[in-house]
Design a protein around this ligand. Structure first.
Ligand code: HEM
Length: 440
């Protein structure tokens, strides 16, 4: 058993696991392996370019990261013992588990997914994530990695997604206009503990990294143990956002204060200031203070008069202080995709949304639980017909609690799943194992 003070080996962990890159440009390249040995050679060639959490400290201008699906691991001819050591959720993949385990309904289901990349048919074996500060740099890297992939044979590109931070005053915001990426769990032993907000101690690394003790001191391991240690799982979800519908709703139902309604739906003001600390008006100064902006809970607001009980951030992380809640945390990476719709502009018909990359050590206990029980469930926290008003399937009610409560019924759907898959994010050691590359 490891001691409580284990310092994580950052040179063995892919960089984006411990810290968001905050690079404004990203490309996600999806591959299908057509030949096991050649795919292993490609993976061996990726060991060096992959950005580790240690290299990230040197502030590189671009980063590369790799993740694999279960069919990808099968195509690499992993021994049965190793394949069988992966949990059922990862082996089955998102498409098979969407209805029952994620609680997806209606337009979120497979029949409506984009044909490329072929997530619905499990035709994706690997994902290469490239990030850069400059768009030109990103494009150059995409070209270089495509050449590298093409040269060796053994894999076929089956899809590509570009994502980019929104421009100008909207940098760091998602398409609905809210600042995003504020609240993230901090891992013990990561060297980043000082960033944990007051009252929210860092979590044990096993909640996000295999091979380490989690909050219950259990260790998730694969076979062999080195395959899992320092690795994690990434849930990739392409979420289309209907921005015109969201803005129409705010204006139609906002009674002259669309920002207040937006804040009630989200639980944070567009600036990022939480309703729990800024009940009546936005507080941009608070929003700019990373630590205090996250130092709150809802214990003084059980009835939801300040932050509605069904608001997105409250249900995605109810902050009840219960130890069991620390078993359902998510690290969120990803960026917006599609063109920004200027304030006041009419519906341009373009597709836009969020490339969501959610990290966790247990897809079943963390991502699937949060999506099914907290986001999609209409009866969350004693509510009756209230799925998540932002990221839920629409159609229900949004209850605006208060001395004079309001019920906004027949909520439109604002977010629709366009596809997704479960990926294993190997450590550097595991990348070597998978590609038969000896350690240096
Ligand atoms: C397009 C869909 C979505 C949008 C626009 C969106 C937007 C946001 C925004 C603006 C925040 C507040 C910023 C922050 O606290 O960092 C947030 C927080 C969060 N979201 Fe979402 N989100 C979406 C989907 C999801 C999904 C599908 C999940 C999980 C299944 C999720 C889980 C979370 C979590 C865990 C938090 C942090 C809550 C906290 O710690 O207080 N979100 N989201």
């Amino acid at each position: 058993m490891q001691s409580e003070t284990t310092v994580l080996d950052r040179s063995d962990i892919q960089g984006f696991v411990l810290r968001g890159y905050r690079m404004p440009h990203a490309a996600y390249l999806f591959y299908r392996f057509t030949d096991g040995p050649a795919a292993r050679k490609w993976l061996a060639d990726m060991v060096d370019p992959v950005t580790t959490a240690e290299e990230w400290d040197a502030a590189p201008s671009w980063c590369a990261n790799v993740a694999l699906t279960y069919p990808g691991l099968e195509a690499l001819d992993l021994p049965t013992e190793s394949l069988d050591s992966f949990p059922a959720a990862f082996r089955q993949g998102m498409a098979a588990r969407a209805a029952e385990h994620l609680g997806d309904v209606g337009d979120d289901l497979l029949g409506n997914w984009e044909p490329e990349p072929p997530f619905a048919s499990r035709g994706v074996h690997a994902m290469l994530m490239l990030s850069a500060h400059e768009r030109g740099e990103l494009e150059q890297r995409v070209r270089a990695f495509r050449e590298r992939a093409g040269a060796g044979g053994g894999l076929e590109e089956v899809g590509c997604e570009h994502a980019a931070a929104l421009g100008g005053a909207h940098a760091e915001r998602e398409h609905f206009g809210f600042r995003d990426g504020i609240s993230q769990p901090v891992l013990r032993g990561s060297g980043l503990e000082e960033h944990a907000p007051p009252g929210r101690p860092p979590v044990k690394p096993g909640e996000f990294l295999l091979g380490h003790p989690d909050e219950r001191d259990a260790v998730s391991a694969l076979h062999p143990a080195l395959l899992g240690r320092n690795g994690t799982y990434a849930v990739y979800r392409k979420l289309s956002q209907d921005v015109p519908a969201f803005r129409r709703f705010l204006h139609a139902e906002g009674r002259g204060d669309p920002d207040l309604l937006a804040a009630k739906l989200m639980g944070r003001w567009p600036s990022g200031a939480p309703l729990a600390l800024a009940e009546r008006a936005d507080d941009p100064l608070l929003a700019s203070c990373a630590k205090h902006n996250n130092a709150f809970d809802y214990l003084h607001d059980e009835l939801g008069f300040c932050c509605p009980r069904g608001a997105h951030v409250r249900r995605a992380h109810p902050r009840t202080g219960s130890p069991s809640e620390r078993r359902h945390l998510l690290i969120r990476r990803g960026l917006p995709y599609g063109p920004e719709l200027d304030d006041g502009a009419s519906d341009d018909g373009a597709d836009r949304g969020l490339v969501g990359v959610f990290l966790n050590a247990s897809i079943e206990r963390q991502y699937e639980f949060v999506q099914r029980e907290w986001i999609n469930a209409p009866d969350f926290d004693g509510l009756q017909d209230d799925p998540d008003p932002i990221a839920g399937p629409g159609g229900g009610t949004f209850t605006w609690q208060g001395r004079r409560p309001r019920w906004l019924r027949g909520l439109p759907r604002f977010v629709t799943v366009r596809g997704g898959e479960y990926f294993f994010v190997p450590s550097i050691t595991a990348l070597r194992l998978l590609s038969d590359t000896p350690a240096p």
